[in-house]
Design a protein around this ligand. Sequence first.
Ligand code: GDP
Ligand code: IMO
Ligand code: MG
Length: 427
Amino acid sequence: MPALVLLGAQWGDEGKGKATDLLGGSVDYVVRYQGGNNAGHTVVVGDQKYALHLLPSGILSPGCTPVIGNGVVVDPSVLFSELNGLNERGIDTSRLLISGNAHIITPYNVTVDKVTERFLGKRKIGTTGRGIGPTYADKINRVGIRVQDLYDESILTQKVEAALDGKNQLLTKVFNRRAIETDQIVEELLTYAERLRPYVADTVLLLNKALDDDKVVLFEGGQGTLLDIDHGTYPFVTSSNPTAGGACTGSGVGPTKISKVIGILKAYTTRVGAGPFPTELLDEDGEALRRIGHERGVTTGRDRRCGWFDAPIARYATRVNGLTDFFLTKLDVLTGWDEIPVCVAYEIDGRRVEELPYSQTDFHHAKPIYETLPGWSEDITKAKTFADLPKNAQGYVKALEDMSGAPISAIGVGPGRDETIEINSFI
Ligand code: GDP
Ligand code: IMO
Ligand code: MG
């Protein structure tokens, strides 16, 4: 039975939260498999708006079990404040499950993230400052702290000591900061243990059993394809694998179980933080996209950089994720332009290049080659079927589909759950 992956096809903020929420009523489990509270997923239900950072968007669907998989990095203080916030709004969060193998974002990881960025100066990545990179670095360096470590004080103390050994050298000798005490960290981490306990589970066993029992499991990616540590615009990326393969390693479910991979694709492009962005608009059009699309970061409140749609990026996302479908979002934001440019290829040092170049130098030099599509002025936010869209909006969607390499199976025409045109069913 189906395991579906839903992930960002661009640089994040494509509307993954809305898409997950839309499917929430038809799935049994929603699983986050990578990233942490660097994500900001907005879900609008009726007149209520929710901003989720660490919790899977399925937490808002009664009957759906939200799961934080082993590939996620968890900041317990953020987790509890998110849970408290939802409880105060009457949302039942008791179904949540957290992998005992998920890594913990410790206070020193947050400190190292912030001081590293400051140290990099104008070469900084523009991270969210949530300790994501240093926590994954500790995981790979085998000095990470996992959720299960909170239940063995002796092991926890040894591990924190090992992690701080090198870090304190760095903090005091390179970054000119005070050393961090092991006891203080252990004490803080132990205060989270009891409240976390009821959520901690063997999520690998549970998810595989659920699939054996014909349950439907949806994997919700954080970030996006071009922020992937392997396949993104390195080094201007996050420190995990949002691409489809990450759903397997980050949950312990094998690739043979996955039947659909849905790429969430914005009808234009945005990016937060530093790094190359060929179709970026530094003019009035960019300002208009930001204003009309409310393109401001959910996590850090930073303005998002905005630009036209980039087809080589969409084709790349199809390829590296094996996408079976696209969910095109925010088509309504493009209403009102007479003509809409779409990047179909790049010019790189005088050559026409059809696909995303693998070389960082080439991508930095890439200039968009645009084709211009006719726009529309009719309000499309009430459209329920593809046929309800004006002819030019239909043409825009069809052109994007032809360029992107996978069928567009749903179209977002507003932030609300019901502001969606469903073309092919996902489940
Ligand atoms: P995520 O990180 O991929 O979940 O996306 P974000 O929540 O960071 O950003 C997407 C924003 O667009 C949110 O404010 C959503 O409410 C909003 N949104 C999602 N789909 C649509 C759509 O089809 N139209 C409009 N106008 N807004 C949308
Ligand atoms: P959602 O899930 C957009 C960006 C940061 C920075 C880079 C590295 O809402 O789509 P990090 O803190 O992860 O080490 O920062 O990645 N970034 C995102 N950009 N949407 C996100 O999440 C992001 N999560 C991280 O801005 O450029
Ligand atoms: Mg977001």
